[in-house]
Design a protein around this ligand. Structure first.
Ligand code: SAH
Length: 358
């Protein structure tokens, strides 16, 4: 019989479980602290609980922590981690160190159901949503790695790994609740950014839920004609619907939106494209991140030249739009945006099957 995931219980539910095990309910507070503040992997670590209680808990519950399956360090210091989930599925997370910040890039789904033509994760089928404790674990583990490697805590978290966070809404919200809670990891919501390919209805929901974290939209083209071709999701969530949703989000939350724009040579990096981008930005309180395209296997696109990037940025700035150029990191280990595709796992599986066929 599989035991229950204790982290899926609320504090009140843990109290009730303790009562039915004939244990005092006040222990729930200690257990909660071990689970969410001290990030325990097993009941045996819960040193302020009597041994008998620890044994009972271990008989009845599991913690289902995610574990590190692989770790690669890039020449630029970026660290990519493969995480094994309780059912053997793998997702990836990345630590991106910089002088002024330590950023964790984390995943929200195993694979992805969207099929953006420039993204490596699109080649993986969406297998399932991550549970909120699996989202929390990625942050807790990457924070530990940041301390070990760089003696610095995480300062920022971006949901820019595998998956579409707004198609796993409740787990993402609950995960962020545990990551930001005082009796959790205690990180500031303003240091967290959820990136979406653009699901208008869910952007409305974020606004109605009055979330305190930041929102980024993967825009990448500012006409429906061009966006339809690279992001199939645009067919059901077009630019007019997204613009309306972003304005609603800003009105409700007061938070300025980040627009991500991957620069694809000869596709969306020309004068006519930036003219359209400026039009889209009108009435959307936003800033634009121009992202260097990271080549993917069998990719159709090439990255834009440095000149094209700077021309784009200058034009935006001339039109009073804040624009930043984001260079890719960790490219040598396929850790950069859009490159997360469980390549290490694929390699290991290939090696396994070759070994078996010998
Ligand atoms: N599904 C979410 C989060 C994952 S993608 C979303 O679409 O926003 C995180 C960011 O990486 C997005 O802006 C995405 O468009 C970008 N990205 C995807 N593939 C890329 C590539 N090959 N090079 C650079 N950025 C890429």
């Amino acid at each position: 019989m599989q035991t229950k995931n204790i982290r899926h219980l609320s504090r009140e539910e843990i109290s009730a479980e303790l009562t039915s095990l004939g244990e005092p309910a006040f222990r729930a507070k200690q257990i909660w602290q071990w689970l969410w503040e001290k990030n325990a992997s097993g009941f045996e670590e819960m040193s302020n609980l009597p041994k008998g209680l620890r044994d009972k808990l271990a008989e009845n519950f599991s913690i289902f922590k995610i574990t590190i399956q692989s770790k690669q360090v890039s020449s630029d210091g970026t660290i990519k981690l493969g995480f094994t989930l309780y059912d053997g599925e793998i997702v990836e997370g990345v630590l991106i160190p910089a002088d002024d910040r330590m950023t964790a890039c984390i995943s929200s789904q195993v694979g992805c159901s969207l099929s953006c033509s420039f993204c490596a994760t699109a080649s993986l089928p969406r297998k399932r949503n991550l549970y909120f404790d699996e989202i929390y674990d990625q942050v807790a583990i990457i924070n530990k790695i940041a301390l070990e490697h760089y003696s610095k805590k995480l300062s920022n978290i971006v949901f820019m790994g595998m998956g579409e966070p707004l198609l796993n809404y409740s787990n993402v919200i609950k995960g962020i609740e545990r990551i930001t809670a005082d009796d959790g990891l205690g990180m500031a919501p303003k240091r967290i950014t959820v990136s979406t390919a653009g699901i208008a209805k869910m952007i409305h929901k974020l606004a109605d839920d009055d979330v305190k974290f930041n929102l980024a939209l993967s825009l990448h083209a500012a006409t429906d004609e061009k966006r339809d071709k690279i992001m199939a999701i645009n067919e059901t969530n077009n630019l007019a619907a997204l613009k309306e949703a972003l304005i609603y989000f800003h009105d409700k939350t007061g938070t300025r939106i980040t627009l991500e724009y991957v620069m694809l040579s000869g596709y969306n990096d020309m004068k006519e494209d930036v003219v359209e981008l400026v039009k889209f930005c009108r009435n959307v309180p936003s800033k634009v991140n121009l992202i260097e395209y990271n080549p993917i296997e069998n990719g159709l696109f090439k990255k834009s030249s440095g000149n094209a990037l700077h021309r784009f940025k200058d034009y935006l700035e001339d039109n009073h739009i804040i624009a930043n150029i984001r260079r890719s990191r960790g490219e040598d280990i396929d850790a950069a945006c859009g490159q997360l595709a469980n390549k290490e796992l694929a390699k290991a599986e290939l090696a396994d099957s070759l070994a078996q066929s010998k």
